[in-house]
Design a protein around this ligand. Structure first.
Ligand SMILES: Cc1cc2nc3c(=O)[nH]c(=O)nc-3n(C[C@H](O)[C@H](O)[C@H](O)COP(=O)(O)OP(=O)(O)OC[C@H]3O[C@@H](n4cnc5c(N)ncnc54)[C@H](O)[C@@H]3O)c2cc1C
Length: 445
């Protein structure tokens, strides 16, 4: 039973869970009143709650979903000013009919603008277009003392570099001003190419580095020479066509399934069937943009398929030179441990952008999903060691268990980040379960 006035909240992985007092101020004045309340010692901002682990969990949580009144597009320049509580899907419905498009999209349309900035999210085009915050012109932020400030690449640049990717620890993002990209059609032209093994996947991603969007799905259960076989998906915006945003509400997973449904056997069947099916339809396809960018949104609440124990996504990035060997080592270790990942996604990444806690770095990123079970945690500790040995790091937006040591080794700018945080939030009012765990706001900080 939860304490009165508190609610059980969690991220997309449904692990961990925390009891929190959740408020949802509807405007800036109510938000300031929340922050100034004597009873509020510490809190963290929350958008749509789609980070996988505990980055939006704390005893006191302030939702920014009530902040949704601003969405102004300059149709001549493609500059969008929008409130942090709006979702990317809501933004798409306003801008696509006018011929504009977000420069970066994640795998779900439900992510909020505040969450996109705070995690400096990346899409299937990072190798060409960088991450979300590379296209942010200005942020409006409420600091811990209630002051509203603006920052951007040349206005309070240090605060900007700490806030982009800063996981809500510098303040509450109220609005973002964003440079959109022009489109002339809302249809995508997609191509798929099968790859017989991991080396071929890497080769295809390299050969097609000029493709606007590229991503590889890997069959992480294939062993031996077929290890890392997969399908490389490439896509471009169609030139000339219709501009419309089709919202497709998908089926909902009605209840949390018994976790045992996703076992090595069922994963193997799924992976083989998917490989054969994609192989069969390899070639050129015209797809509606929402179907292309957000295929999983068609199965709402799909996270319930992992059962009541929830699941973890393990996403890391490795520099290009060491990446191939590192990713092969990770896949072998996962296979030797008898674990399987339902979704295994490999992307080529472009250069890092100088934001102090942003995840992307030149090389390759791999994301693996695992059902939560006790035996998973020692395996993930082993994977951490491989990632660090190869000069990589783990994505904070997906993390639920990384240690302080692993975080600090992977994010060498953490001390510069902390110095800025201490200037704008000296009493550490903004802190999450994650920031305490990784030593940014905990006792050791
Ligand atoms: C199906 C799926 C696919 C995904 N695909 C991708 C992908 O392709 N690329 C990628 O990069 N990520 C991806 N993600 C992760 C997701 O984009 C990030 O976790 C994002 O931060 C979630 O946004 P949110 O609004 O749900 O934020 P939340 O999960 O609520 O919060 C995430 C972080 O943002 C902070 N935050 C949220 N709002 C504010 C605010 N107004 N002010 C200050 N801080 C704030 C929180 O404190 C927290 O630290 C995916 C997630 C899912 C579930």
């Amino acid at each position: 039973m939860t304490e009165q006035g508190k609610k059980l909240i969690y991220g997309w992985g449904r692990y961990p869970m925390a009891e929190a007092r959740l408020s949802e101020p509807a405007d800036v004045d109510s938000l300031r009143a929340e922050l100034e309340a004597d009873s509020l010692a510490a809190c963290i901002a929350r958008g749509s709650g789609l980070s996988y682990g505990d980055s939006a969990l704390a005893g006191e949580v302030i939702s920014s979903l009530g902040l949704r009144h601003v969405c102004e597009l300059n149709p001549a320049t493609g500059v969008l000013r929008c409130a942090s509580g709006l979702s990317l899907g809501e933004v798409l419905s306003k801008i696509v009919p006018k011929g504009w498009f977000p420069p970066v999209l994640p795998g779900t349309a439900m992510v909020s603008i505040g969450g996109a900035v705070a995690a400096d999210i990346h899409g299937k085009n990072h190798h060409r277009d960088g991450s979300f915050c590379d296209h942010v012109i200005k942020l409006t932020l409420m600091l811990a003392d209630g002051e509203v400030v603006h920052c951007g690449p040349s206005q309070r640049p240090e605060l900007f570099r700490a806030t982009c990717g800063g996981m809500g620890l510098t303040g509450i993002i109220l609005e973002a001003e964003l440079q959109l990209v022009p489109i002339t059609s809302s249809t995508m032209i997609a191509r798929s190419q099968p790859a017989a093994g991991l080396d071929e996947c890497f080769e295809l991603l390299e050969v097609h580095e000029q493709a606007r969007y590229s991503v590889a799905w890997l069959d992480c259960l294939a062993r031996g020479p077929r290890m890392g076989r997969g399908i490389v998906h490439l896509a471009e915006h169609e030139v000339g066509g219709e501009l419309r945003n089709r919202d497709r509400l998908g089926l909902r997973v009605p209840f949390t399934t018994p976790g045992k449904l996703l076992n090595r056997h069922s994963l193997s069947l799924f992976n083989s069937a998917y490989f054969r099916w994609q192989n069969f339809r390899a070639g050129r396809n015209r797809l509606d943009q929402n179907g292309y960018f957000f295929p999983l949104d068609r199965i709402r609440d799909w996270n319930r398929l992992y059962g009541a124990a929830g699941f973890l996504q393990y996403q890391f990035v490795l520099p290009a030179e060491a990446g191939r060997d590192g990713i092969a080592t990770v896949l072998r270790r996962v296979s030797d441990a008898g674990k399987g990942s339902f979704l295994s996604v490999l992307k080529k990444m472009g250069p890092a952008n100088g934001n102090l806690l942003s995840f992307p770095a030149a090389g390759y990123t791999l994301a693996l999903d695992f059902r939560r079970e006790t035996s998973l945690f020692p395996l993930l500790d082993q994977l951490d060691a491989i990632v660090l040995d190869h000069g990589g790091r783990i994505y904070l937006a997906k993390d639920a268990r990384m240690s302080e040591t692993v975080f600090k080794a992977g994010y060498p700018d953490w001390e510069r980040f902390l110095a800025i945080k201490q200037r704008v939030d000296p009493s550490m009012r903004f802190r999450s379960a994650q920031s305490d765990r990784i030593g940014l706001t905990g006792l050791g900080a």
